[in-house]
Design a binder for this molecule. Structure first.
Ligand SMILES: Cc1cc2nc3c(=O)[nH]c(=O)nc-3n(C[C@H](O)[C@H](O)[C@H](O)COP(=O)(O)OP(=O)(O)OC[C@H]3O[C@@H](n4cnc5c(N)ncnc54)[C@H](O)[C@@H]3O)c2cc1C
Length: 377
């Protein structure tokens, strides 16, 4: 049983409860408090830390490689691809404005798409599209000459088996941990309460309020925002959100590390970057989609072995890099690449399914759902 004080100051009387303290949930909280400072906003998070994708990702501040743009255009249309680019671009500007570049360790070192020696055809197709894509992207985000062939730079990075490269000077990287701490501080300062180790088990519409059954008892609020991303289907199976696990490693510090920036290959299924003289490297979900379609954190031998072999044979050849960290995070995917931001049921809103792009999109997704809520208050 909670004390009178606990019940009245921590549990009762939230105007809005946000489920999930990832980038989207906290960005929604930030926007709600900025727009309506008197609103009582409570965030409930099942983990000791945020436990989905926002503290587990690679920290790429990116809006798509040439191959990714071609893929989206082939699956939908040029207009849809550019709408997504514009959304990610605006999301990144919003994130940087909200938190400040220094507080999130943001650096615009540029992004690189690599093509292996056995991917000459894919490189040719990508190179042929650069001029056209640069025109489209200039209209979408107002910046010229985004992509450029940069084969002459490959040798300087010390890679093996890489024969072609496209450089994107507008791509950045950030420190994911710093980003999430900065966001937490920001919402605390505005008076948002974040309670951890609270898992929501059921959401029940009441007469004048929404009732939440949780592992810590029941909570009530006038409005609820579901920001549980990959886990949305655990509470609302009808939502088109499929989990997708991403496995990641970070090496021990590498003396005289030559690479600097963000790097993608194999249509974005693999990605690596520098972080404090180390290399972060992740991907390989496409090796076995079904096995990675899971809500469980963890690793598989097939992905681990592939990452280690690329690390030793392509990224840091002949350097005997040692691995310091392994972890995984869970993303939310769906048929469409756009997030789902809507009122699900009366007074229950959702902002989920950022795919592998939530660092870029998340601040805007949170803001959009907060605006939906404010419109109904
Ligand atoms: C390995 C990896 C690499 C990535 N790299 C990049 C990248 O470089 N660039 C990029 O733009 N994006 C990247 N992403 C994607 C990005 O991290 C996500 O899209 C983004 O963090 C999603 O934020 P979110 O707040 O929607 O979800 P999450 O961060 O997953 O937050 C959801 C929260 O809800 C909580 N929760 C779930 N169920 C419940 C419940 N029932 N009760 C209470 N709490 C609950 C979870 O614990 C979690 O903290 C990557 C993701 C992964 C996994």
């Amino acid at each position: 049983m909670y004390s009178y004080w606990e019940q009245t100051s921590f549990i009762d009387n939230a105007d809005v409860i946000i489920i999930g303290s990832g980038l989207v949930g906290l960005s929604a909280a930030l926007h709600l408090k900025r727009r309506q400072p008197l609103l009582k906003v409570l965030v409930l998070e099942r983990g000791f830390l945020p436990s989905g994708a926002s503290t587990k990702n690679a920290g790429f501040a990116c809006f798509g490689t040439v191959s990714e743009q071609i893929d989206v255009i082939n699956r939908s249309s040029e207009a849809e691809a550019m709408r997504l680019v514009n959304y990610k671009w605006r999301g990144l500007q919003k994130l940087r404005q909200n938190l400040g570049d220094e507080n999130i360790g943001y650096h615009q070192y540029g992004g690189h798409e690599l093509f292996m020696t056995n991917e000459a055809d894919a490189a040719k197709i990508a190179f042929e599209q650069i001029d056209h894509l640069n025109k489209l992207l200039q209209e979408a985000i107002g910046e010229p000459d985004i992509y450029a062939v940069a084969d002459e730079k490959i040798a300087g990075f010390g890679f093996n088996k890489v024969s072609h490269m496209i450089y994107n000077r507008f791509e950045g990287q950030l420190d994911t941990g710093k980003m999430m701490r900065a966001l937490l501080y920001k919402v605390y300062r505005l008076g948002v309460l974040v309670l951890n180790n609270v898992q929501i088990l059921a959401i029940e519409p009441g007469h004048n309020y929404i009732s939440l059954q949780t592992t810590q008892g029941s909570f009530k609020a006038g409005k609820v925002i579901l920001a549980t991303n990959a886990f949305a289907g655990q509470l609302y199976p009808e939502l088109d959100v499929v989990p997708g696990r991403g496995q990641v490693l970070v090496t021990k510090p590498i003396p005289n590390l030559k690479l600097k920036g963000t790097y993608h290959f194999n249509e974005g299924y693999y990605y690596f970057r520098n972080i404090n003289n180390r290399v972060l490297f992740g991907g390989g979900r496409n090796l076995n989609y079904k096995a990675e379609e899971t809500w469980e954190f963890g690793h598989t031998d097939v992905v681990k072995e592939k990452l280690i072999s690329y690390l030793n044979e392509v990224i840091l050849p002949n350097q005997k890099a040692e691995i310091d960290y392994w972890w995984s995070g869970i993303m939310g995917f769906g048929e469409q690449l756009s997030p789902i931001v809507k009122e699900l049921k009366p007074n229950i809103f959702c902002a989920v399914r950022c795919n592998g792009m939530g660092v870029a999109m998340g601040s805007l997704v949170g803001e959009e759902v907060a605006e939906l809520v404010i419109g109904k208050i």
